[in-house]
Design a protein around this ligand. Structure first.
Ligand SMILES: Nc1ncnc2c1ncn2[C@@H]1O[C@H](COP(=O)(O)OP(=O)(O)OP(=O)(O)O)[C@@H](O)[C@H]1O
Ligand SMILES: [Mg+2]
Ligand SMILES: [Zn+2]
Length: 282
């Protein structure tokens, strides 16, 4: 179908102060947005995520969704990114991807998604100390993306190399004032001797950078992956309360068991995460 605004030239006429000129047409911005979306490395599982289809059923989720919306609406005039923390399945990746998708679609910005462990694995596998070019090929877009989502921060095994690489990425983006969003299972509690605290996982330097770069939002809620297919807000609230009390139901004979088998296996390294006031893991 021909574009009514520009007749497919990509430029539409505009009049400012009586002067007629042309400007980039909306249709091209849409095309660019679609292209950039395809290049953003968003996993299939999360390609449906929007802020509107994120169910909110308590204050912490409302607050996080509101922050996410504010960033998505105001981009690129945003000074701080978001750090979403919380237990498995509360919707951290969903919200982060929702912002990323909206920003790319609306502005055509270069956005990029990476699971932190995947990113480090890729960098490590391409690392060649004699040339370093392949490493840079991966790193350059990560450092220069207009909006970067680093998913599951802290899940990687730490080492000097990991710390150095993560510091390089975060520091470069920090210096260039580029927007970054993070998700993590590790609570931002001040105890650096607690192996399951964020500070223990990523170190003091990185944590202090992150606090300057991001607003921290703790999401408290149910594991959405436990929700029955036709479940709604009521079931979510029930699951959330059970999680808080540490009384998650044992799988019944219903569809729950079958669904549990269909779900991805729970990652071992999260099984004993400690959350203030909450039960461990899911
Ligand atoms: N509040 C919500 N509303 C709608 N869908 C949700 C909500 N929370 C989670 N989901 C869906 O549930 C699934 C799991 O959510 P998600 O992956 O975002 O959780 P997470 O907090 O990132 O968990 P993890 O710590 O395991 O990475 C996704 O398919 C997501 O779209
Ligand atoms: Mg996640
Ligand atoms: Zn057009």
């Amino acid at each position: 179908m021909r574009c009514e605004l520009c007749d497919d030239t990509g430029w539409k006429p505009v009049e400012t102060n009586g002067v007629r000129t042309v400007t980039r047409c909306d249709c091209r911005r849409d095309v660019l947005g679609q292209q950039r979306l395809a290049d953003a490395n968003i996993p299939k599982r999360y390609q449906h995520c929007t802020i509107d289809n994120f169910t909110v059923y308590n204050e912490s989720l409302e607050k996080a969704a509101a922050k996410a919306r504010a960033i998505a609406d105001a981009f690129p005039v945003v000074s701080k990114g978001l750090f979403l923390e919380g237990q498995p399945g509360v919707g951290k990746t969903h919200l982060a991807v929702a912002v990323l998708r909206q920003v790319i679609q609306n502005t055509g910005a270069r956005g990029l998604f990476y699971d932190t462990r995947d990113l480090l694995r890729i960098i490590r596998s391409t690392y060649d100390p004699s040339i370093r070019t392949t490493e840079l090929e991966i790193l350059r877009p990560v450092m220069s993306a207009d909006l970067l989502v680093l998913d599951d921060l802290g899940a990687e095994k730490t080492s000097e190399w990991v710390e150095e690489t993560m510091n390089l990425i975060v520091n470069t983006r920090y210096n260039e004032k580029r927007l970054t969003m993070f998700t993590s299972n590790y609570p931002d509690i001040p105890d650096d001797t607690e192996p399951n605290s964020l500070i223990f996982r990523i170190g003091h330097r990185m944590r202090s950078r992150l606090h300057e770069m991001c607003e921290f939002e703790a999401l408290d809620g149910a594991d959405y992956r436990e929700l029955p297919v036709n479940g709604g807000v009521e079931e979510l609230v029930t699951l959330w309360k059970m999680r808080k009390k540490g009384t998650l139901p044992s799988p019944g004979r219903s569809g729950r068991q079958a669904r549990a088998q269909l779900r991805e296996p729970v990652r071992d390294d999260r099984a004993d995460l400690k959350w203030p006031g909450g039960r461990a893991g899911s």
